[in-house]
Design a protein around this ligand. Structure first.
Ligand SMILES: Nc1ncnc2c1ncn2[C@@H]1O[C@H](COP(=O)(O)OP(=O)(O)OP(=O)(O)O)[C@@H](O)[C@H]1O
Length: 314
């Protein structure tokens, strides 16, 4: 668990982070969003003490970060940045094994861990282990960055625009991998991003910063439905907020039981998002869909009226 209490950071006369309080529970992914220069990266870097805070308290698992030896602290916290920070003259395998080696793990254990992580992140060791960072694509290099951050199995991961500068398809696949990893490994993650759609799909808790302050925090749905002010509303997409909500809700949450009426031809899986359902309706010129399970068996139906949240379906 990470807790910031009344934390302020000043650089000379400039206040970069102004009296923020924030709590990230164990296993939660917290996304920090806001316009450029609002203090997101500074907040992240105060947690692993790459930047020392000026006022307030930062706790990790109940202990102040200031009480930790800096090196010990940084080895306990995985840190991923957009530029990856890989050592260019080291192979991929050596880069990934950095922290375990610093922690003086036996050689065989380091090698086994590197191989395990490379498999986890879809970077087969036979193909990628001996490559150097400049021989990798952007997406592969970012996966190596994530593997390196996970190497010593830290409970906490700090990620600063880790998937920035990637094409949308690679980015989406890395987002899915991260979600999958998090659901399996229960890491506590603080994630900085400029991409609001990325924040909305990844975050358990969304924190909006503006001018060094936190202006609102809550679940993505809470913020989309009830933004604190015009700034938050426009950051979250203005009128597009409704559409963004449809990406967070599942068909199964809105469908109605099967009725005696004839089942529509067009189908959608119960775990698909409402946005996907809307797309199928649009494509098929249909205002009702059959909802199916993994075996393609109908389990309910979804009308456009239900999709948009109307209580009744007539
Ligand atoms: N080392 C530093 N010395 C002086 N000022 C700094 C330093 N680091 C950051 N700042 C200032 O602190 C403020 C917050 O910067 P920070 O990098 O945290 O913003 P950010 O929200 O991460 O921005 P971006 O989205 O553009 O990366 C900015 O005004 C920046 O100029």
């Amino acid at each position: 668990m990470i807790e910031l209490i009344g934390v302020t950071k000043r650089f000379g006369s400039e206040t970069a982070v102004n009296d923020i309080s924030l709590r990230v529970e164990r296993g939660e992914l917290c996304a920090l969003v806001g316009t450029s220069g609002c203090g997101k990266s500074t907040t992240l870097r105060m947690i692993n003490r790459l930047i020392e805070h000026s006022e307030g308290e930062i706790h990790l698992e109940g202990r102040q970060v200031r009480e930790f030896d800096e090196q010990v602290l940084r080895r306990r916290i995985g840190y991923v940045i957009q530029s990856t920070g890989l050592f260019p003259h080291w192979t991929v395998a050596r880069n990934i094994g950095l922290v375990p080696r610093l922690l003086k793990w036996p050689r065989a254990k380091v090698e086994a861990r590197v191989e395990e992580l490379m498999t986890l992140l879809d970077l087969p060791i036979a193909q990628f282990g001996g490559k150097y960072p400049h021989q990798l694509s952007g997406g592969q290099a970012q996966r190596v960055g994530v593997a390196r951050a996970l190497a010593a199995d830290p409970d906490i991961l700090l990620m600063d625009e880790p998937f920035g500068a990637l094409d949308p398809i690679t980015r989406e696949s890395l987002q899915l991998e991260l979600r999958e990893l998090q659901s399996r490994l229960h890491k506590t993650i603080v994630f900085v991003t400029h991409d609001m759609d990325e924040a909305l799909v990844l975050a358990d808790r969304l924190v909006v910063m503006h001018g060094g302050r936190i202006v609102q925090q809550g679940t993505p749905l809470e913020l989309l439905r009830d933004p604190a002010d015009d700034f938050v509303a426009s950051l979250l997409g203005g009128n597009d907020r409704g559409l963004k909500e449809t990406t967070l809700l599942r068909v199964g949450e809105r469908m109605l039981p099967l009725s005696p009426r004839l089942l529509p031809q067009a189908r959608i899986h119960r775990n698909a998002s409402l946005r996907q359902a809307l797309a199928v309706m649009f494509r098929e010129h249909a205002d009702r869909l059959a909802v199916v399970d993994d075996n393609d068996m109908p389990v309910g139906e979804l009308s456009l009226r239900r999709l948009v949240g109307a209580r009744r379906d007539d």
